[in-house]
Design a protein around this ligand. Structure first.
Ligand code: ARG
Length: 295
């Protein structure tokens, strides 16, 4: 495929309109539309939905990802030749779930050697949905709960993130007197967002599938806000052990069900590219996760 056409497709998707892509590439809008049409004829597929902003079709996504990979390899090649031209940094886009970001993932950024000039663009997304961002070519790597390789990607196991059911002591005293499988049906619960099914899953296991957590719920969509909300007594919730342990020690939180925890296996998926930058990131991610997560 002609690379200028593939790059043009990427510019249109990133810029959102043919006009903006034309401005970014310093060509006329009609040149842009000719290149996209040529690429569509060559592949025999519709690649773009002419919406505002423009969206890639499923076939378009495959070529958008190709364009990003080519850009990645280009920059690696320049770096290897010592031609960091504009003193250019290397951007690494990664999709990562909030709880990883709040507990161990920043350790990765601080441990990547500075002289590699790697700069991260992190996208927060639920671990069940980060793989989709990889598939769409939005990011080049992801922390995900899915062990199934996205086409064109490699997978490594990172370990399990452990969650413990906790509440504030006065909340527990007031609301959690009886058997958990009964009281949890009616007491307020803290939930991360509409995609967070941890608390419902926990109650469903307790009740052998009879019921999820109570409909009395607060949605608090940051990890720090989530644990703060639980400690403030707004509801019970499942909190990563790295955040819960210190608060359990000082008595600001109490455990609901000693021994009952929820483990979430996490994986690292990234583009299968012979890219030194990505290889370095993968090494650092697996090493950092090995220290922070359960084996
Ligand atoms: N899966 C989401 C994330 O990490 C939120 C997890 C819910 N957290 C919780 N403590 N219940 O991005």
């Amino acid at each position: 495929l002609p690379l200028d056409q593939v790059r043009t497709l990427l510019a249109v998707v990133d810029e959102g309109t043919f006009d903006a892509a034309a401005a970014a590439l310093h060509v006329t809008p009609s040149a842009i539309s000719q290149r996209v049409k040529a690429l569509e004829q060559r592949t025999g597929r519709v690649l773009l939905l002419r919406t505002k902003p423009v969206r890639p079709t499923e076939s378009g996504e495959v070529l958008v990802r190709l364009a990003r990979q080519v850009a990645r390899l280009e920059r690696d090649a320049y770096a290897e030749l010592g031609l960091s031209g504009t003193g250019e940094q290397t951007r690494v886009s990664v999709a990562v779930n909030a709880d990883s970001l709040a507990t161990w993932f920043l350790g990765v950024l601080t441990r990547v050697p500075e002289e590699l000039r790697l700069y991260f663009e992190l996208r927060r997304e639920d671990e069940d949905h980060t793989a989709a961002l990889l598939r769409e070519g939005v990011v080049m790597a992801a922390v995900t709960s899915s062990p199934d390789a996205v086409p064109g990607c490699s997978v490594r196991s990172l370990g399990r993130m452990r969650y413990v059911p906790v509440a504030a002591p006065d909340f527990a005293a007031r609301h959690l007197g009886g058997p958990l499988e009964q009281v949890l049906l009616d007491v307020p619960v803290v939930t991360f967002d509409r995609r967070d099914d941890f608390q419902d899953g926990f109650v469903r296991r307790l009740t052998r599938g009879r019921s999820g957590a109570s409909a009395l719920r607060h949605y608090v969509p940051t990890s720090e806000g989530f644990v703060d909300a639980v400690a403030a007594g707004l509801g019970w919730g499942l909190v990563p052990e790295a955040q819960a342990d210190p608060l359990l020690h000082t008595g600001r939180l109490v455990g609901l069900a000693p021994g009952r925890t929820v483990d979430v296996p996490l994986y690292w998926q990234q583009w299968k590219l012979d890219s030194p930058a990505l290889a370095q990131v993968a090494e650092t991610v697996t090493a950092t996760a090995a220290e922070a997560l359960r084996g």
